[in-house]
Design a protein around this ligand. Structure first.
Ligand SMILES: [Zn+2]
Ligand SMILES: [Zn+2]
Length: 553
């Protein structure tokens, strides 16, 4: 009997972000992508969210390599954490590895991996598999889909993709090659990007953004033009630079990652901007406003990003104002809408004009819509199908599309984070479930627990009420207090609750507990917390965090 092939999903199936999966055969495993997710308003104080690595830790030395589909952080950003514990080579296109390397370098972990550059259509033996790297179009250059030859036949992973027939770099998604593999070998299992599975039609080509930008640039001939976009979207940056050059504006980059990625892509020959057209941001004040085009980070309203600081009038290099035009050349990722809205508000307040995807075609998605998903299914003709990369509704809708395209509903598996699936000779079945919860990172390192996050939410929404008292337990006496301190919770003067009531009630509870012979500080605190919690909630309908501090004197 040939060996079984197992795929385990550690992230990305149930959220957009932290994409991560393993594929195993004959006691060896290969990691496919290892991404991070950016926090939202639900996770106060969290810097980023990682996949749970416990399964990978368990695999240990059996994990022989990581294969990256493309250079986005939701596919590469977890490596700088995982490489603290495990060592392995990383395979990907040159730009993918260059982008992934940024964080790995910063974390000082380059010694724990090697970078193995693969070219379009190259085949590589990696672990027990042969990987073929199929070109796809997406919002970062040189993205791959993966044709993985296993003991159970070809497994095809789409990576993130759209079918752009007029890509900026003319590197088409190789649909013909996918068709060939399907015809000659057959595709047993297709895993495909579900991000836009709710969107009808076909995504628009990246090239149309260039035309839209040209129109916007041409109309704005006086002040400065500032364009915000993702620092990894090299083709967008190329189009902005082309348009700037055409209207005789110099290009300046703003934001650390923008500077780094532009330098990397120019070095690799993926981004073409003439040396005399791109200048250091320190020079920006030397040029008249109508000769300036700034390409900036911060299109998601990230705190401290160049664009956010501009909206607040706190950017080191330029003060945005009357006559300036800001173009947001990106959609707000779900969860970031409020932050982006605030940046737009701030820019308008400072007198700038703002163009964004709601009022001009200055952005297009990098993910396939329903018609493109159908096209891939029609060409790949897989025996089994598992939708990946999406929130549950995206996965669900993608699974419906597959069934409508004629795949037997029993051959479509709706897997989620933590699920393992096993491909057999004539079956695809769910197997074990592994830990796949969110790993919250706050600061340099560390795992912020759900308890801590719950506390932060309570503190941010309800505030805190501290009750202090010093007691003499042997004489059953309160010596100092109770005294109260609050932050973020205001006992109102009238109609609500007054501090004196809380103090009074705390005193009653403490006296009673002490008189009853309660000699344990923990349970004294508990009694106070419970009584005050009830009192506050009844009278104010609020639930602040209540912290009794009872000391024994
Ligand atoms: Zn992507
Ligand atoms: Zn992605």
């Amino acid at each position: 009997m040939a060996s079984e092939v197992k795929i385990t999903f550690l992230g990305g199936l149930g959220e957009i972000g932290r994409n991560c999966a393993t594929i195993e055969q004959d006691g060896e495993a290969v990691l496919i992508d290892c991404g991070l997710m950016f926090p939202t308003l639900d996770t106060p104080g969290v810097d980023l969210i990682l996949p749970d690595f416990s399964y990978l830790r368990e695999l240990g030395k059996k994990l022989v390599a990581c294969v990256l589909t493309h250079g986005h952080e939701d596919h590469t950003g977890g490596l700088s954490y995982l490489l603290r514990e495990l060592k392995f080579p990383i395979y990907g296109s040159e730009i993918t590895l260059g982008l992934a390397r940024n964080r790995i370098d910063e974390a000082g972990l380059t010694d724990n991996c090697s970078f193995e550059v693969v070219k379009d259509l190259e085949r590589r033996k990696i672990g027990p598999f042969e990987f073929e790297f199929i070109p796809v179009t997406h919002s970062v250059p040189h993205s791959f889909a993966l044709a993985i030859r296993s003991a159970k036949g070809v497994i095809f992973h789409s990576g993130d993709f759209k079918i752009d027939l007029t890509p900026v770099d003319s590197r088409l998604m190789d649909l013909a090659r996918i068709g060939e593999i399907s015809k000659s070998e057959g595709i047993r299992l297709l895993l495909a990007d579900s991000t836009n599975a709710e969107e009808n039609g076909h995504s628009e080509s990246e090239s149309i953004v260039g035309d839209a930008l040209m129109e916007v640039f041409a109309k704005h001939s006086s002040g400065r033009i500032i364009v915000g976009c993702f620092a990894s979207h090299i083709h967008r940056i190329q189009q902005i630079a082309n348009v700037a050059t055409a209207v005789d504006r110099k290009v300046f980059t703003l934001g650390r990652s923008m500077g780094k990625n532009v330098a990397l892509a120019r070095k690799l020959g993926i981004l073409q901007i003439d040396d005399d057209m791109i200048l250091d941001i320190e020079e920006v004040s030397k040029y008249p406003p109508d000769k300036v085009c700034i390409i900036s980070t911060g299109s998601q309203g990230e705190p401290l990003s160049a664009l956010t600081l501009m909206a607040l009038g706190q950017n080191r290099w330029l003060e945005v104002g009357q006559g300036d035009l800001v173009i947001l050349s990106a959609d707000a990722i779900p969860g970031n809408e409020t932050a982006v809205g605030k940046v737009i508000d701030g820019l308008y307040r400072r007198g700038a004009r703002v163009v964004h995807p709601a009022n001009a075609k200055v952005h297009t998605s990098g993910h396939a819509k329903r018609d493109e998903l159908r096209t891939l299914l029609a060409i790949a003709k897989p025996e089994y199908f598992v939708p990946v990369h999406g929130e549950y509704r995206h996965l669900y809708n993608h699974s419906r599309i597959a069934m409508e395209m004629g795949i037997d509903s029993e051959n479509v598996l709706l897997a989620q984070d933590g699920d393992s699936i096993v491909l057999g000779d004539d079956s695809l079945e769910f197997s074990d479930v592994v830990p796949a919860g969110y790993l919250y990172v706050d600061g340099v390192v560390g795992d912020v627990s759900h308890g801590v996050l719950r506390d932060r939410k309570v503190l941010s929404e309800e505030g805190v009420l501290v009750i202090f008292a010093a007691v003499d337990i042997s004489n059953a006496e309160i010596l100092v207090g109770p005294e109260i301190a609050t932050k973020g919770f205001i006992p109102a003067d009238e109609g609500s609750i007054r501090l004196e009531e809380i103090i009074q009630r705390s005193r009653e509870v403490l006296s009673k507990e002490l008189a009853n012979g309660n000699v344990d500080k923990e349970s004294l605190s508990k009694a106070v917390r419970s009584a005050i919690g009830k009192l506050v909630s009844r009278q104010t309908k609020r639930k602040p965090m209540i912290i009794p501090v009872i000391t024994e004197v």
